[in-house]
Design a protein around this ligand. Structure first.
Ligand SMILES: NC(=O)c1ccc[n+]([C@@H]2O[C@H](COP(=O)([O-])OP(=O)(O)OC[C@H]3O[C@@H](n4cnc5c(N)ncnc54)[C@H](O)[C@@H]3O)[C@@H](O)[C@H]2O)c1
Length: 328
């Protein structure tokens, strides 16, 4: 019989409850930890078989616990992940695992030394629509990719501890780096903190890659539109992933620039069919959890996700530096 992975989770908030539901179904949810007594009461009722504590050290001290899931606020991730790796646990940590590149580098090295999995929770990388985009790009269906841009806007949730770049941008950044398979040569970010001092509510980011491809992200929780959209502009076709759509998550446009030789090479445009391929309805969070448990079981490259996560934190840190340096 296959051994069931024993998972302990710290952070039982708005997102943590989704992680707990999945890990309860996929493995054995052995420990639950939160600083808030009310949360502990609520989760004791929901998961009566799990042991519940306010002290993370209880999880780390249990030799039978295989893995730890970290779903606390971003500024706490690095320290918690570090202590869990030092205690010999496999670690799944919500995005981003660290706010500074040198911290993420340290976590990657620690995971390597300890022979443990370190997986950042870049949820969108497990979205079947993103997998479709990647296949289209890698198969050359879109021709040369010129530009990727994302829109992640809504009215709320207004956060106090992490700005729109850290809270929203990290999703798009992970996808853009994954789709393009490159790290940016140049980045800039502009934005402003309108509601809470030092916490930017609206952020615009630009990235340029060594190949010449460019990317843009519009991130905001002060916006009339709820948008969750990634657009890829290729030289042969263009494709849009719209996560607000229930059925047509991905739309492929046969639209492109065109240079007929009869017209002295003048650029024209052509528009052909527009169609939506079927995208499986699998829950990305479940796929993400399954991937983590497969890595813990020794199936797959234990450190690949960690090093991909390092590239995200590096770009994030550069964008944050540009945001802070930009004149108000
Ligand atoms: N992948 C996604 O799509 C997604 C979506 C939302 C949030 N997130 C991430 O999930 C994480 C949690 O977000 P949230 O919205 O659930 O936050 P939240 O504020 O609702 O919950 C955080 C919980 O952590 C607890 N906590 C904080 N510090 C603690 C500590 N030191 N020890 C024990 N408990 C502690 C708090 O009491 C709270 O219950 C964040 O990193 C966020 O970026 C990811």
């Amino acid at each position: 019989m296959e051994a069931v992975t024993r998972v302990g989770q710290i952070g039982l908030g708005a997102w943590g409850k989704n992680l707990a539901r999945n890990f309860d179904q996929l493995g054995e949810l052995a420990w639950l930890c939160d600083a808030d007594a009310e949360k502990r009461r609520e989760f004791t009722v929901r998961y009566p078989k799990a042991r519940v504590t306010g002290d993370f050290r209880d999880l780390l001290g249990d030799p039978k616990l295989d893995a730890v899931v970290i779903a606390t606020p971003v500024p706490t991730h690095y320290e918690l992940a570090k202590t869990a790796l030092e205690a010999g646990k496999h670690v799944f940590v919500e995005k981003p695992p660290a706010m500074r590149a040198h911290e993420m580098e340290e976590l990657c090295e620690l995971a390597h030394e300890q022979g443990r999995v370190l997986m950042p929770g870049h949820l969108l990388l497990y979205h079947p629509a993103v997998a479709k985009l990647k296949r289209l790009i890698d198969a050359g269906e879109l021709g040369d990719v010129l530009c990727v841009y994302s829109n992640r806007q809504n009215l709320g949730v207004i956060r106090k501890h992490e700005n729109a770049l850290l809270s929203l941008g990290v999703h798009d950044l992970s996808v853009i780096l994954y789709l393009l398979g490159e790290e940016p040569a140049e980045v800039w970010a502009h934005g402003n903190a309108f509601l809470n001092e030092g916490v930017e509510d609206i952020v615009f980011c630009y990235l340029r890659f060594p190949s010449g491809k460019i990317a843009h992200m519009h991130l905001s929780w002060l916006d009339p539109h709820k948008m969750r959209k990634i657009t890829v502009v290729g030289k042969e076709k263009m494709v849009v992933f719209d996560d607000m759509e229930l059925e047509r998550k991905v739309t492929i446009y046969e639209k492109a620039p065109w240079q007929p030789s009869a017209d002295w090479g003048e650029w024209q445009t052509r528009s052909g069919d527009i169609f939506s391929p079927k995208i499986p309805n699998d829950e990305p969070l479940r796929l993400e959890g399954e991937h983590f448990l497969r890595l813990v079981a020794g199936d797959g490259d234990a450190l690949r996700a960690a090093y991909d996560g390092l590239a995200v934190v590096q770009a994030l840190e550069q964008l944050q530096a540009s945001l802070v340096a930009a004149p108000a």
